[in-house]
Design a binder for this molecule. Sequence first.
Ligand SMILES: [Zn+2]
Length: 210
Amino acid sequence: MEHAVAPMRSAYGDSQLHCFSFGAHEEENVLCVAVDGYLTSRLVRVQSACYTAEIFRSVDCDCHEQLDQSLQRVHDQGGVVVYMLADGRGAGLLTKIRGLSLNASRGLDTFDAYRELGVEPDPRDYTRIAAVLERLGLHEVKLLTNNPRKVEGLRRHGLVVDRVPLEIPPTTESLPYLATKRQKFGHLLELVPGASEREGVDSPSPEVRD
Ligand SMILES: [Zn+2]
């Protein structure tokens, strides 16, 4: 594992940006935004890339808001955001976009679309993440997540993990995706619509189908 680190100034504040490299390919890098105090707070977010939301600002999922809120919280309290360059829950961009296409054409949710494509719905592996956290001196973490698999994935590598919820209130657009996360991926979500932070969007009162 190769490693480089540099100070970073961002809209959120000052941090150290780490790059841990596990191979020659771009997606084999793991990025960490580490904010002073993380060894005390032990606050950690493990986020996998969602280029559609984070770069193009698609509103069909909550990934951008989760990243935004995580960065705010680690800058407030000290902590680390670990960023995996693995879109589509590690299945890759082509699979993700094929899944979105099936969603649009046939109404399949992400879980069923991945199955239709012959792909594991959540093939993420946390070996590298665990190695990176250990390297940063984090053996016990408070993990910002709603995903029990992520908690289990890190525990399997010997980390001690407490879960800290990170729920973004659903919008009309994101609700179907979030409902799938809850029903089929077992995410611990309340799905209570809150005041939307986006201008011009009313808070919906959608029905959640179980
Ligand atoms: Zn997303």
